[in-house]
Structure formats: C-alpha cells, structure tokens
Ligand binder design. Structure first.
Ligand code: UDP
Ligand code: MG
Length: 223
C-alpha cells in the first residue's frame, strides 16, 4: 500500500522543511509513500529547498513549472505524476494539519473512495474570508447543478480509481472541488480547524479568488 501526498507550493520557501518535518514521521508508519511537491513558478527559494529535500530523502519528489499556472493546475500535475494507491492533496503552508492524515487513510481503508475535509471557522478565520466564503458557497449552490459542502478545500484523499478518472477529464479551467462533488463515488467528509499559515502570506489575491469563483460557477451552471 503506497500513499502519495501532493503539495502545490508557490513561494513557500519558509514552509518546505517544516512541512516535511511534520509529514515524514507520519508517512513513515505506512508501507510506502511518496511526497510530490509542485513548484508553481515560485520566484523565491522554494525550488532550492525542494532539491535539497529530494537529496535528503528520495521519496520526496518535485515538479517545477515554467511560470505560475495556479493552484488547481499544480494539483492536476501532482495527480498526473502520482503513483500511490491513494493520493492526498494538501496545502504547503501547514494550514491543513498533517496530523489528520491517519484519519483520512482510516476512512479510505473502511471503503470510502473520496475522503474530503470541511474547514470549520475559528478565531483565526478573518471576517473577510468568512464573508466571501459564505457568499460564494451560497451562490454556487443556489445556481449550479452540484452541491459543494461549505468549507470544502483542496485537502482530501482520493482512491487511485478516482485519480484515474480525473486524469481523463480534460477541463482546461479546473475547479476540482466541483468536479469531485459531481463525480459521485462513496464520499466521506471530516471536519477540521485550520492552523495558522506557518510562514509567508496568502498566495490567493482577491483577483485570484474572484477568478476561481467565476471558474467554479461557470463550470457548473448554465445560468
Ligand atoms: N498555491 C499555488 N499556486 C498559486 C496560489 C497558491 O500553488 O497560484 C498554493 C500555495 O502555495 C498553498 C496553496 O496553494 O500551498 C493554498 O494557497 P494559500 O495558502 O495562499 O491560500 P489560502 O490558504 O490563503 O486560501
Ligand atoms: Mg493557506
């Protein structure tokens, strides 16, 4: 049984080593694993840190984009290159707690094909983030033909069979959380409270967030 972990990273030089320090002891408990970082055209030293990490541990791999293609495309590249029996995608800033990985894997072992996570707001969630998230999920669920649970992030486990299906879907503007909801399969949601970003600032500017929202809505709604 091999576990793949895919981590899109855009200017996350301060997070690569701390992330691996948490992740590796957890993954070492399983038969086999691979970590695939996707450097999304970083302009800082993320790639240098990734090369060093690969030297120290051959189970840590990286892909490097020629420019910034965005989080969703980085996720897709990671899925395309993954070889595990299941693939866990998570952010590279430690907001998605690595300690939850065993819970995701246990649910998969129980027979779920997709184990997704639901972000619960807490004191660390800004008023702006809460407001925009509420508006977005309210809007998309009312006018689109899918139901996306509020707080669903790109922190989830996919069985190999689901990854193979996703690889064959050639959408050129990706909205993965919509596609995942649309796909069906046996799904299970686990709630979690996000941690604070370990190092650096958010890479989702207001413009990127709006583009993402428009992609989601236009991908799944005729209206
Ligand atoms: N990310 C990326 N490309 C981008 C923007 C973000 O690969 O163009 C990565 C980023 O490095 C992080 C994850 O996607 O690992 C989520 O981004 P971020 O933490 O900035 O978003 P937030 O948590 O603030 O919504
Ligand atoms: Mg983050």
């Amino acid at each position: 049984m091999k576990i793949s972990v895919v981590i899109p990273s855009y200017n996350e030089e301060g997070n690569v080593f701390p992330m691996l320090e948490k992740l590796i002891p957890i993954l070492d408990k399983y038969d086999d694993y691979e970590v695939i970082f996707v450097d999304d055209g970083s302009s800082d030293n993320t790639l240098v840190k990734l090369k060093e990490s690969n030297k120290n541990n051959k189970k840590v791999h990286y892909l490097s984009f020629s420019r910034n293609f965005g989080h969703q495309n980085a996720l897709r590249a990671g899925l395309d290159y993954s070889t595990g029996d299941c693939v866990i995608s998570m952010d590279g800033d430690l907001q998605h707690p690595p300690e939850m990985i065993p819970d995701l894997i246990n649910k998969w072992k129980e027979g779920y094909d997709i184990v997704y996570t639901l972000r619960e707001d807490d004191k660390n969630t800004s008023f702006f983030k809460k407001l925009t998230a509420n508006l977005f999920y309210g809007l998309i669920n009312s006018i689109a033909n899918i139901n996306i649970p509020k707080g669903a992030a790109d922190f989830r486990l996919l069985d190999r069979s689901v990854v193979e299906v996703l690889k064959n879907i050639k959408e050129n503007t990706l909205f993965l959380r919509g596609l995942i909801s649309w796909l069906g399969y046996k799904q299970y949601g686990i709630k979690y409270t996000p941690h604070e970003r370990f190092s650096g600032k958010t890479k989702y500017s207001l413009k990127k967030m709006l583009m993402f929202a428009v992609t989601g809505i236009t991908s799944f709604s005729v209206k």
